[in-house]
Write a protein that binds this ligand. Structure first.
Ligand code: SF4
Length: 469
């Protein structure tokens, strides 16, 4: 019931107080529960929890309640079940990427968090949901463990990884090396083919060779199937091109994700960009089953554990740790704007070392975002590569603006395209101007240039801009 979420977010301060009092009563009565035997109460406790939280918070009974960290809004109502939202696809006005009639659950959660005055909690990664706990009582776990929910279900926060200290002094590859050396880095995106022919990859990447430090391979971008990111990355690596393997949580559970991370590292692919993934509904196989076992922040944390602690999420030891340079996506232009820097910090706390942003068409908005990043000194804890790409026509710009969630194109850019005699050339010119302006922004470490299956055009743009110095 969306109305319950709305009310809970609106009066989150009161609800949180009431909720905490209830929690303390449970903990106070713990000896009684334990003396009688918690198992005797568990069923009735679950029922009361389901009924009361269902009415008050539209609770989905995940069994690992995070309400006190999410503005009293149940995150399991997010269609991607993201535990660390909001995703980068939030539509204008704060509406959901997947269900455009519904307010984004995490936009409501952020509104609730602000009412409680606990905005800084948005920087703490929250644990992924355990599927086997679905339907069980979170209250019973609080009583049994004698800990409050925050302690039980939030992730223990580690000091943010600094660029100067920590376990990453030895770079995992050329991309990390160049960033560490303070070079302005250019990366580009390659669209993997609808083909089993490896030559299609090597031919497509040829114009970019020597111009860029690394090449990203999207993972089922737009929820459409292409050659896999892992296989395409290995083909690039073998062809002497540094790949950044994008890796989406949409299509795999945690077992497959961890296995592929090990496999990729074993084959020489060490740059990993962790993403949650676009909605299945964006693609051409709408009947596919979305997985979303982890979200991007949980995936970052898992990959960091594998690299730094040499363990799987289960705690089982690895014999050889994977060498990884961990990246994350960033959308400085999507709602809620005032939460974006904090969510970026949450990703850094989970393990992100570099970011590649959504398309930037709005330099003043980027400058405002970067001012906030610098104010929190996040530019000293990660590398930020700003996404850019050429528009090919005013019509295409309008289509992207209205149909691709998370991409924001200001009206003045569309008007400029409409006025132009040669729209394609104008799009290229705008892109080059944007690249040159980004180069001057303090705290930006590089650019990430993207355009679907237009690798040759990308190479022309890079050559004609000043970004290579
Ligand atoms: S916009 Fe993204 S984070 Fe928000 S409810 Fe929709 S899928 Fe979830």
């Amino acid at each position: 019931m969306k109305i319950f979420r709305h009310i809970a977010a609106r009066y989150s301060g009161f609800y949180l107080y009431f909720y905490k009092v209830t929690e303390h009563i449970f903990l106070f009565l713990r000896p009684v529960f334990m003396w009688i035997g918690l198992s005797r109460f568990e069923w009735s406790l679950s029922f009361v929890e389901w009924a009361s939280k269902g009415i008050l918070f539209d609770c989905r009974m995940c069994g690992q309640c995070l309400l006190s960290s999410t503005g009293m809004v149940c995150p399991m109502n997010c269609p991607k079940e993201i535990r660390n939202g909001p995703c980068g696809g939030v539509r204008e006005g704060g509406f959901c990427e997947i269900d455009s009639r519904m307010k984004c659950v995490w936009v409501e959660a952020w509104a609730g968090v602000k009412k409680t005055g606990e905005e800084e909690t948005f920087t703490i990664p929250l644990r992924p949901a355990e599927a086997n706990q679905q339907g069980s009582s979170a209250w019973a776990k609080v009583i049994e463990k004698n800990k409050d929910e925050d302690e039980l279900f939030r992730v223990k926060i580690f000091p943010p990884t600094s660029l100067e200290v920590g376990p990453h002094l030895r770079p995992s590859g050329i991309l990390e090396q160049r960033l560490q050396a303070g070079k302005f880095v250019v990366t580009a995106e390659l669209s993997p083919p609808d083909s089993a022919d490896p030559d299609e990859i090597t031919q497509r990447v040829a114009p970019l060779k020597g111009l860029v430090t690394a090449v990203n391979v999207p993972d089922g971008a737009g929820a459409n199937c292409h050659m896999s990111s892992l296989a395409s990355s290995v083909i690039l690596h073998n062809a002497g091109v540094v790949p950044v393997m994008q890796y989406a949580c949409r299509d795999r559970n945690r077992i497959a994700l961890q296995g592929d991370i090990l496999g990729a590292a074993a084959l020489g692919v060490t740059n990993l960009l962790c993403i949650t993934g676009d909605s299945i509904q964006a693609g051409d196989q709408k009947g596919a089953k979305p997985v979303f076992d982890l979200d991007s922040i949980s995936l970052l944390r898992v990959a960091k554990m594998m690299r730094d602690d040499g363990i799987f999420l289960s705690g089982r030891q690895l014999r050889k740790k994977p060498d990884l340079f961990l990246g994350a996506a960033l959308n400085p232009f999507a709602s809620p704007l005032d939460a974006r820097v904090l969510r970026m910090e949450r990703k850094i706390n989970a393990g992100a070392q570099f970011f590649q942003t959504q398309f930037c068409f709005d330099i003043p908005a980027l400058q405002r975002f970067m001012a906030e990043v610098r104010a929190r000194e996040l530019d000293k804890k990660c590398y930020i590569l700003v996404g850019v790409g050429p528009l090919v026509s005013a019509k295409a710009a309008k289509f992207i603006k209205s149909s691709i969630p998370g991409v924001v194109i200001p009206e003045h850019i569309i008007e400029r395209m409409e006025r132009a005699g040669d729209e394609r050339q104008e799009g290229k010119k705008i892109c080059i101007e944007t690249l040159n302006q980004i180069r001057e922004i303090e705290g930006v470490s590089g650019v990430h240039i993207m355009s679907y299956r237009k690798e040759r055009l990308l190479a022309e743009i890079i050559s004609q801009s000043y970004i290579l110095g």
